[in-house]
Design a protein around this ligand. Sequence first.
Ligand SMILES: NC(=O)c1ccc[n+]([C@@H]2O[C@H](COP(=O)([O-])OP(=O)(O)OC[C@H]3O[C@@H](n4cnc5c(N)ncnc54)[C@H](OP(=O)(O)O)[C@@H]3O)[C@@H](O)[C@H]2O)c1
Length: 241
Amino acid sequence: MTLKSKHVVVVGGSSGIGFAVASGAVAEGARVTIASSQAAKVAAAVERLGGGASGLAVDVTDAADVERAFAAIGGFDHLVFNAGDWGGARRGAIGTIDLDAARGLFGVRFWGAMAVVKAAHGRIAPDGSITLTNGMIAHRPRPGAAVSSAMAGAVEHLARGLAVDLAPVRVNCVCPGYILTEVWDSIPADAREAQLAAFTKGQPLARVSQAAEAAQAYLFLMGCGYATGQVLKVDGGMSIV
Ligand SMILES: NC(=O)c1ccc[n+]([C@@H]2O[C@H](COP(=O)([O-])OP(=O)(O)OC[C@H]3O[C@@H](n4cnc5c(N)ncnc54)[C@H](OP(=O)(O)O)[C@@H]3O)[C@@H](O)[C@H]2O)c1
């Protein structure tokens, strides 16, 4: 199934993996709408996308805002959810964990995805799809990051459950490993290359992925009419060693 003339909505499409998915969909001839919380960032990304792309600001942690946004978007074909926030305490010993902060870790990536699917699913064409995003922390836990592992696992299982509930609309999930996006700009430039090399050392593909490579997984899942309830790892082989 080609994306030509399909309407693809990418939530979290103003940077990183989501932006690369939006670019790939534009290149395939889709009509693309991106959404994220910062209006200026959305406008800049729409400008960079070209190809008749459009965008709107929406905060996925605000259910009423999400409903408003999807009412404005109307009917469409494929939904990609790539929103992710990076603030807050992500690691800590279980004995000292702040439970409100731990709940907050689910706010954008899990409950945001839930709010978006709730508002959007009735507007998706029967031969369309939903693709969520989790991360390899679901399968490769790290010390002090149990809540992140739980959240990423929850997203994966949400996709499996929704694939049953929303059929014939297909629901899948992409599970990225280390993908080169703006997120890693938080590491000082002079140390970044060495740190990313250290993260990926030992993988069969011992390097980070370009965002455009990861985007291919989303484009495949949108186009493959018989794939549903699947989690597609794009991890350089991290999961097999
Ligand atoms: N990069 C990696 O190595 C990697 C690895 C594993 C998993 N992932 C997962 O992949 C997803 C995307 O990561 P990325 O690296 O592409 O990150 P990114 O460049 O920071 O993109 C995140 C996107 O989410 C949007 N967003 C954040 N909070 C939002 C909110 N409340 N409402 C709506 N949109 C919101 C951001 O735009 P605004 O600022 O405008 O809201 C941005 O468009 C995340 O879920 C992340 O956990 C990434």
